[in-house]
Design a protein around this ligand. Structure first.
Ligand SMILES: Nc1nc2c(ncn2[C@@H]2O[C@H](COP(=O)(O)OP(=O)(O)OP(=O)(O)O)[C@@H](O)[C@H]2O)c(=O)[nH]1
Ligand SMILES: [Mg+2]
Length: 391
């Protein structure tokens, strides 16, 4: 199957994928990009105008984050199951007393472990609260709740690394990787929708050449998001498909320097993190992006299925070793009570969570915000209701 949204355009030398013999070299691309794409980048970077450029995506990132903050309901709804699992914390805190705080902290640790915070991370959180009690800073149930949230926010703030996408190039490229069924293609679609809606020109590369249905799924997301889908050929080597798509884009920009996409999203096939050959293929995919667009991809994001809980830690380690990740996207948090795994993954891997998936629609991808997350898991109103019920 071949989809040719770019291929066979007037002025193109034919289908990108049917041209392997005549493909220009990387050096040729770079020569052209010096005259074309890079010139566009330079002319739009300094003025802060709205006509595109690297600044555009950073501004859009902020806009998307601000809008999401106003849409706390969706975030809140998406974390319902985890919050329910953590409901025991409210019961514990309703019975809180300074005399037997040790017992309460042990139970708190168990509740956190049951929500997949993981033993190490749960212990860290509880230890911080214990320190607070010993220093006299934590006295009441309210103080304990505040200390709990504070500890979670601190762990999630991940050694100062930002949860915003760092998209500096024009075009900026994002490589999406992960195991089978994690939610990669859906996430690519949601990202295209989000950035497209704010005015970015988005291009999708169907790097999952394993099966035709993958490209069809991406095409459907592309239609919804108003994004352009690149050429696809079932069974082709994904790194070749990525390279030829980027080459098509280079040719377009050579012809018309204003014809530049802001954001290129590269979907890839699901693969087991233990399959050496497939992981090696992924490194070639990343290299194909870097060859065509020096300095890219700006982001290499691992999509993790939130319902797998702590098993995702091993996946993240292997993918990080293979392609050096810049961040994580956790999906399906709406379907799991194991959302605490977010804290554990950030704590143990030192990689920031950039977005979370809280449903299957285009709107259900939320920029990750540590404070909003802690607030969603331990909302104030619930605490007030629990205290009222006790009286
Ligand atoms: N509830 C829920 N479902 C999701 C979310 N993200 C993805 N899904 C669903 O998960 C399933 C798999 O999603 P895909 O995007 O096809 O996953 P993938 O990683 O591309 O899969 P492969 O390409 O086969 O490896 C689909 O049914 C999606 O609708 C989410 O945040 N919440
Ligand atoms: Mg897919």
């Amino acid at each position: 199957m071949q989809q040719t949204l770019l291929a066979n355009r007037p002025g193109c030398a034919g289908s990108a994928l049917g041209r392997s013999k005549n493909q220009p070299t990387v050096a040729a691309f770079q020569r052209c990009s010096r005259r074309g794409a890079v010139k566009v980048l330079a002319s739009s970077s300094g003025n802060g105008g709205d006509s595109g450029g690297p600044g555009l995506l950073q501004r859009l990132g902020r806009v998307i984050k601000e809008k999401a903050a106003g849409d706390f309901d969706r975030f809140f709804k998406g974390t319902t199951k985890t919050r329910e699992r953590l409901g025991l914390v409210d019961e514990l805190l309703a019975l809180w007393s300074l005399e037997d705080y040790e017992e309460a902290l042990e139970e708190l640790e168990e509740v956190l472990i049951s929500a997949d915070f993981g033993p190490r991370t749960a212990l860290k959180i509880v230890d911080r609260i214990r320190e607070g009690v010993k220093s006299g800073r934590v006295k009441s149930a309210d103080d304990t709740r505040a200390a709990l949230k504070e500890a979670i926010v601190e762990l999630l703030s991940c050694r100062g690394r930002s949860s915003e996408l760092k998209l500096q190039g024009r075009p900026a490229a994002v490589l999406i990787v992960g195991v089978n069924g994690a939610g990669k293609t859906t996430t690519v679609g949601k990202l295209a929708y989000k950035y497209g809606k704010e005015g970015a020109k988005v291009f999708l590369i169907p790097g999952d050449t394993f099966r035709a249905a993958a490209a069809e799924q991406l095409a459907e997301w592309g239609r919804r998001a108003g994004a352009t889908l690149g050429s696809f050929r079932e069974g082709a080597r994904p790194q070749a498909v990525i390279a030829s798509n980027l080459d098509e884009l280079r040719q377009r920009t050579c012809k018309d320097p204003s014809d530049v996409f802001d954001l290129i999203l590269v979907d890839t096939a699901g693969r087991l993190h233990t399959a050496y050959k497939l992981m090696e293929e992924l490194t070639l995919c990343k290299a194909a992006v870097a060859n065509a667009l020096p300095g890219q991809p700006d982001e290499t994001l691992l999509v993790l299925d939130g319902t797998t809980g702590l098993n995702m830690l091993n996946q993240a380690r292997e993918f990080n070793d293979a392609v050096k990740l810049s961040g994580l996207i956790l999906t399906k948090l709406d379907g799991t009570a194991r959302g605490g795994a977010v804290v554990s993954v950030v704590d143990q891997l030192g990689l920031p969570v950039k977005f979370i998936g809280v449903g299957e629609t285009a709107e259900d991808l939320q920029p990750f915000d540590a404070e909003a997350f802690a607030e969603a898991l331990f909302p104030r109103e619930v605490a007030v209701a629990a205290a009222a019920a006790k009286k």
